[in-house]
Design a binder for this molecule. Structure first.
Ligand code: CO
Length: 219
């Protein structure tokens, strides 16, 4: 099959549907984009960024990778953040993980899947860092859920510590970094209450998000 007929057909129907509501939609959007949000999420096919937050084309700038990991040497992710913050001037960066994440699960179980093991090593670092919190949870499923949440919180920290976000805050640019987690089983997002808007509140917000995890059985 050299052509994916069904997908092209879907595309024609999608574009027609949008134009029937707003004939100039694509024409207007092609001139510029001014999204308020940058979404950093998992590549998982069950977590389609725009759809789950009800945003249209032009409203969400998106970066996705396996297990929504932000690493300070990942030129791809850093470039997305830099463009979003410095050029598009987004006001919010959302790191959204999800329960039942295959990447987090592979890290958790120390599965040997090949090249990707190196990438997921970052989530294993999160696991080691929070061994004290995780080892108190007897139930394996709950422990895995908690790791999914911790993985988000640590990526919020990583985003906040990038030179890009640091410089934005230093120059007084309004920019918030959020940590959310999505439930595949119910389609709902939980806010992990780790919203960081400046360096002053950084450590307080981080600590309170972690202590909330100690106390709540979220799922
Ligand atoms: Co995932």
């Amino acid at each position: 099959m050299r052509t994916l007929k069904k997908l092209i057909e879907n595309n024609r129907n999608w574009a027609t549907g949008i134009k029937s509501v707003d004939p100039n939609f694509f024409q207007n959007l092609s001139q510029q984009q001014s999204p308020e949000y940058l979404w950093i999420g998992c590549s998982d096919s069950r977590v389609p960024a725009n759809q789950i937050v009800g945003l249209q084309s032009g409203e969400l700038f998106v970066h996705r990778n396996v297990a929504n990991i932000v690493v300070h040497t990942d030129l791809n992710c850093l470039s997305v953040i830099q463009y979003a913050v410095e050029v598009l001037k987004v006001k919010h960066i959302i790191v959204c993980g999800h329960y039942g994440c295959g990447g987090v699960q592979a890290a958790f179980k120390n599965l040997k899947l090949g090249l990707i093991d190196n990438w997921l090593r970052h989530t294993q670092d999160v696991m080691q860092k929070h061994d004290g919190l995780l080892s108190k949870i007897i139930n394996t499923d709950l422990r895995l859920n908690r790791l999914c949440e911790l993985n988000v919180i640590e990526q919020v920290v990583n985003v906040s510590e990038t030179t890009i976000v640091q410089q934005a805050w230093e120059s007084g640019q309004e920019l918030s970094v959020h940590g959310w987690i999505y439930g595949l089983h119910n389609g709902l997002i939980n806010d992990l209450n780790v919203c960081i808007t400046n360096n002053e509140e950084f450590s307080t917000v981080y600590k309170s998000a972690l202590s909330a995890l100690e106390n709540i059985n979220r799922i």
